[in-house]
Design a protein around this ligand. Structure first.
Ligand code: NAD
Length: 276
């Protein structure tokens, strides 16, 4: 495979780079995911709330890639939190995806005001024990939410998927995850492509290596040990974003990118977000 794996805390292998499909409409997801699978991606990151599990599933079915070579992630939406609601939402997701099991299932947001993420996670543990999910984890959890989850449940989450890019480097979260054996997965790894890819320091490093700014940012994540799931619907960019294993950033490049941290979120603050 083009993408090396990382080993999760339960021994399951997860490709370090995958394909994200947020904001890809269901009828375009089939083409986008098919393009990604042809380009060599084997990990796909979707969510119930993205509304494109069906299109994603169609592309998977059509691709002919053996199921065991794929790593499919989906996420439980906030309004489905709670033990019984989670079991129902999981059935709906796997049915839309056309799969018997998913590789990784994530609680999309902690929504702490609801007070349901522990019960929700207990349903994840049941689905995991039943062999319907290979690894269970969370998304947008702050260390305080993880601490409570670890204290009150039995399976340490394999992954926490959080907003992470050079303008929001998440040092404290990454350190806490490393201590607990939780893999850090970066969402919006390219900073949603907005200003980040025009930052002069990144453009200069790209020129130095004969690479694009997007490749430099993805390579930075890879060298830090983050799992990344860049999104694009443009075939040339889909190919470019997976082609980041044939060059390395040096210490000077890494230091220049580390200096870009602004602790600036593009998305909501997980302590407050209770999106329905
Ligand atoms: P991203 O950082 O992957 O940026 C994607 C955008 O960057 C594209 O729409 C395009 O405009 C641009 N882009 C992509 N490749 C490029 C290239 N090679 N050159 C120039 N521009 C390029 O942003 P994202 O989609 O927000 O995040 C990636 C994935 O993370 C999502 O698709 C989704 O799967 C996941 N995600 C999860 C959460 C969560 O709450 N768990 C939230 C947001 C995103």
């Amino acid at each position: 495979s083009k993408v090396p794996p990382i080993i999760l805390n339960n021994g399951v292998e997860m490709p370090q780079l995958g394909f994200g499909v947020w904001q890809v409409p269901d009828d375009e997801a089939e083409t986008a995911v098919a393009t990604a699978l042809e380009a060599g991606y084997r990990s796909i990151d979707t969510a119930a709330i993205y509304g494109n599990e069906e299109g994603t599933g169609k592309a998977i079915a059509r691709s002919g890639v053996p199921r065991e070579d794929l790593f499919v992630t989906t996420k439980l939406w906030n309004s489905d939190q709670g033990y019984d609601a989670t079991l129902r939402a999981f059935d709906a997701s796997v049915s839309k995806l056309g799969l018997d099991y998913v590789d990784l299932y994530l609680i999309h947001w902690p929504t702490p005001e609801r007070g349901l993420y522990v019960d929700t996670y207990k349903a994840f543990e049941k689905l995991h024990a039943d062999g319907r999910i290979r690894a269970i984890g969370v998304s947008n959890f702050l260390p305080e939410h993880l601490e409570r989850l670890i204290a009150e449940t039995s399976v340490v989450p394999a992954v926490n998927q959080i907003e992470l890019h050079p303008h929001l480097q998440q040092h404290a979260a990454r350190e806490y995850h490393a201590e607990q054996g939780i893999a850090t997965e970066a969402w919006s790894p390219l900073g949603q492509g907005k200003g980040l890819l025009e930052v002069p320091a990144i453009v200069a490093i790209a020129q130095k290596h004969g690479r694009t700014p997007a490749q430099v940012v993805l390579r930075w994540h890879i060298q830090l040990g983050n799992v990344v799931i860049p999104k694009s619907v443009t075939p040339s960019r889909i190919e470019e974003n997976i082609d980041v294993f044939g060059f390395s950033l040096d210490a000077e490049d890494l230091a220049a990118i580390s200096a870009l941290n602004e602790d600036r979120r593009l998305g909501p603050d997980p302590a407050e977000f209770n999106g329905a």
